[in-house]
Every structure is written in C-alpha cells, then in structure tokens.
Design a protein. Structure first.
Length: 354
C-alpha cells in the first residue's frame, strides 16, 4: 500500500468540562480533524521497515490503517513460564533457538513469567513470539519506548540480526530516531515530514560501540552476574576476573582458571556472562576472543567448555576455534525441573583457540 490519505475525526460529547475548555480557549470547532497524506513506496524485497516521528504526527494511525492484521502493541502472556506462552505447535528446541537468536540467551530467565522480566527482555520475548508465529509481517508499535536508550540501541541491533536470518518482515513504529542506525532498516517513513526513504541495496553498518575490558581483583563483582549464568551461581576464587563495559556500562564478566593437573600450559574459561540487555549483538564472542588472544600471546593454550547453545553455535562456525570434543553429557546440576530432567541429554562442547 504505497499511498495513503487518512482522515480521522473525533467529536466529544457535550459535557461541563468540554464546554469549559471550548469557552476558555475560544475554540471555533468542537470537532477535531486529523489528516495524514503520504506515500510509502516499499521496495520489492525488504525485511525491516521503520515508521518514525514525533508524538502526535500519525505513526500509530498510519500503521493501523496500512497494516491492520500485522499491527501489535503487546501480546497476551498468562503462563507461569514464558516457555508456555509461546505457540503450542513449536518445540522446545525451536523456542529456545529463537530466544537465542533475538539475544534472549539466559536459560534461568526462560523459566520466569513475562511479568518478572526486565523491559529489555520483554522486548526480545515479544519479537521471539512474533518470529514463532505464522504471520509473515509484524508491525511493532512503541518500539523501544520503555527501555533505556543504550539498551534500545543494542537491542535494535540484535533484533535486526535475528530478522535477517529469518524469512519474516518487521516494521518498527517509534518516536525515537536514535534506533535507525542500529536497526538498519531497508526503508524509513518519517511522519514529521511525511517523507519516505529507501535504503535498498545500500551497505548497512551500525555505529561503533565503545567496548572496554578491564582485569579486576574484586571477585565480589560476580554477584552482579551470578543469577544470569545458565548453570551455576558458584565461582572459584582462584580464577582471574575480567569485566567488560559497553558504552561505559558494566555488561560482561569472564573468569579464567589454570588447570595444572590436566596440562600445565592450559588456561580454561571458568565463567562467561553477558548481562541480558547486551546479549545478541556478538559481545560474548568478542569478549572471549580478546581475552583468549592475550593468553595465546603468552604461549598458553586457551580453552572453553560450554553447554550454552548460542555459544556452541558461534564457536562451531568460527574459523578461530577448534572443537576438541562434542557430545551429550550428564552429572551437571541444572536449573529446576526442566533442566534437571534433560541434564544427561545436554550437548557439551569443548573448544580451543587455534
């Protein structure tokens, strides 16, 4: 629907308050009329669109008029666990794979109800539910409106990566212009000026992110990250600890242990956690590889053993890492009943930096 000409009229019922405002401000017409005219000439092939503009410029009206079946403001969540709020015809593997793809990669949080999640996590769960639905197109109003702007930008980048790996189309509707450079849309319609711009075929690059790593002797900082680790809240005090900051915000934790009993040359990752708001944009791998290179430069072998699906997938597809072992294991204590019953079926993989 490239062209639209929308007229919206509203006439309030006469009341004391209405009459008071009309008289006080000398309004000549009791009827309020809004008129929106524009052209959204979407390219033939696209996946991500953006409708953006200041409040009151017609974003929601236009989105509802042009895409009534695809328009959502929120989903219904009523289950005690968000896994059970996902479409019934989807398997656990499909659901968790989609969670990982949108940067919602914390299994402990998968067991929570929607109401217990942070706003950033809710945004990603909403997108995961849209990706798991049968709808080809999702129009998401109030996109990133309730999250911190730093989280909004990182989340937008993670979301656009997930969309582009799917066959879905996604239109974000928002008053926040700052997400455009991170969402990397194929087209943008600006309701302030009622102008359309297509980026079809143009190379898309997100802005640079300030990413800093520090070594710290403060082992207590693990408390910030412990609840987000997918298996254990415990931490070995002998491990060397590193923290990552993204745009001056604490975002990641990585600790390294020496394993002299196995091989005097081996250093092994003990814990690796990226806070939920920063997941899905590749920071975990970047953090891991930057630390690994430091140890490799000093002639150490650097390894990591994990059962986190998103990390296994990333390392398996990287030419920088060699897979030393891959298979199902048991004996590890898991999370509540879901994880406990599947402990022996969990894939565990070990990788070493080449």
């Amino acid at each position: 629907m490239p062209n639209f000409d929308i007229v919206r009229k509203s006439k309030p019922k006469k009341s004391f308050r209405v009459a008071s405002v009309i008289g006080k401000f000398d309004l000549q017409n009791e009827e309020v009329t809004e008129h929106f005219v524009g052209n959204i000439d979407m390219p033939e092939k696209w996946q991500i669109g953006l409708i953006v503009g200041s409040s009151g410029t017609g974003k929601t009206t236009i989105a509802k008029e042009l895409f009534p079946k695809a328009y959502i403001t929120d989903f219904n969540y009523s289950a005690e666990c968000i896994l059970d709020d996902m479409p019934e015809d989807k398997s656990v593997d499909e659901i968790t794979r989609t969670f990982n793809s949108v940067g919602f990669s914390s299994p402990p949080s998968w067991l929570k109800p929607y109401s217990a999640l942070s706003n950033g996590q809710k945004m990603r769960v909403d997108l995961a539910k849209a990706l798991l639905s049968e709808n080809k197109l999702t129009v998401f109003d109030e996109f990133t409106s309730v999250v911190d702007r730093n989280v909004a930008q990182i989340g937008s980048n993670a979301i656009q990566k997930a969309i582009r790996k799917s066959d879905k189309q996604f239109i974000a509707v928002t008053c926040h212009f700052d997400v455009e450079d991170w969402l990397l849309p194929d087209w943008v319609f600006n309701t302030d000026s009622m102008t359309f711009q297509s980026f079809e075929g143009q190379k898309k690059n997100r802005p640079e992110i300030k990413f800093e790593i520090f070594k710290t002797a403060d082992k207590s900082i693990w408390k910030v990250f412990a609840k987000h680790h997918y298996l254990s809240h415990r931490h070995n005090n002998a491990a060397h600890v590193y923290v990552a900051f993204i745009n001056n915000q604490l975002a990641g934790f990585l600790s390294v242990l020496h394993l002299p009993n196995k091989d005097p040359r081996i250093k092994k990752v003990h814990r690796l956690v990226i806070l939920p708001d920063y997941q899905g944009a590749g920071f975990g791998i970047r953090f891991l590889e930057e630390i690994a290179r430091v140890y490799k430069k000093d002639k150490w072998r650097f390894t990591i053993t994990t059962s986190a699906p998103s990390l296994i997938y990333a390392l398996k597809n990287s030419i920088k890492w060699r897979c030393n072992s891959y298979g199902r294991g048991g004996g590890n204590k898991g999370l509540k009943e879901m994880i406990k019953t599947e402990a022996r079926n969990r894939i565990i993989a070990s990788f070493e930096l080449k």
